[in-house]
Design a protein around this ligand. Structure first.
Ligand SMILES: CC(C)(COP(=O)(O)OP(=O)(O)OC[C@H]1O[C@@H](n2cnc3c(N)ncnc32)[C@H](O)[C@@H]1OP(=O)(O)O)[C@@H](O)C(=O)NCCC(=O)NCCS
Length: 151
């Protein structure tokens, strides 16, 4: 299956599927309007993993000068544990390298071990904690960072 999906830019036509996955994936989902704003944000890059015309995963980041901040990564439930999250993250990191980014940051819920393992396996290390970052349950965010070598 990994060979058959296509990584491409997110477009407005993807948003119906993305909102479904978003609601299945996050306790504080982004709104459709937030994604529409992001698609018009010149500092933002959003991509999808398209599997036979279906959005299987998506993610995005902001790039400002030499730093990138990954805003979200989500895989549709039926495609999880098949390497899709890893491949999507690698694609974001490759784009960041092309944009000459040196450091990539992200935040992850302290209880989200699946995501932390995914990020650790791709070379992210914990660098800090944002206390009570998530408003739904006051959970801490772990800040993770990966240093990039120029491509
Ligand atoms: C986190 C998420 C993106 C992982 O996507 P995925 O496609 O399942 O990840 P991969 O198959 O590439 O897994 C890579 C590694 O991550 C870890 N991992 C992924 N899911 C895991 C789980 N449910 N439990 C434990 N470890 C997990 C494993 O170490 C895995 O390697 P392995 O399969 O060889 O053991 C996906 O579960 C998801 O969309 N979750 C909801 C949204 C979310 O939490 N996003 C991250 C916000 S910071």
């Amino acid at each position: 299956m990994n060979q058959d999906f296509l990584i491409r830019k997110m477009t407005g036509r993807d948003l119906d599927e993305i909102m479904q996955i978003e609601l299945q994936s996050f306790t504080l989902p982004w709104s459709r309007q937030s994604y529409e704003n992001e698609l018009n944000n010149r500092y933002a890059t959003y991509i999808v993993a398209d599997y036979e015309g279906e959005v299987a995963a998506y993610g995005g980041m902001w790039v400002v000068v030499e730093e990138a901040h990954i805003t979200n990564v989500a895989v549709a439930p039926r495609y999880r544990r098949q390497g899709m999250g890893s491949r999507l993250l690698q694609a974001l990191l490759n784009i960041a390298r092309q944009k000459r980014v040196c450091r990539v940051y992200l935040e992850v819920r302290a209880s989200n071990l699946a995501a932390m393992r995914l990020y650790s396996a791709q070379g992210f290390i914990p660098t800090g904690v944002r206390r009570q970052y998530y408003s739904d349950n006051d959970e801490d965010a772990i800040v993770m960072m990966k240093q990039l070598q120029p491509s």
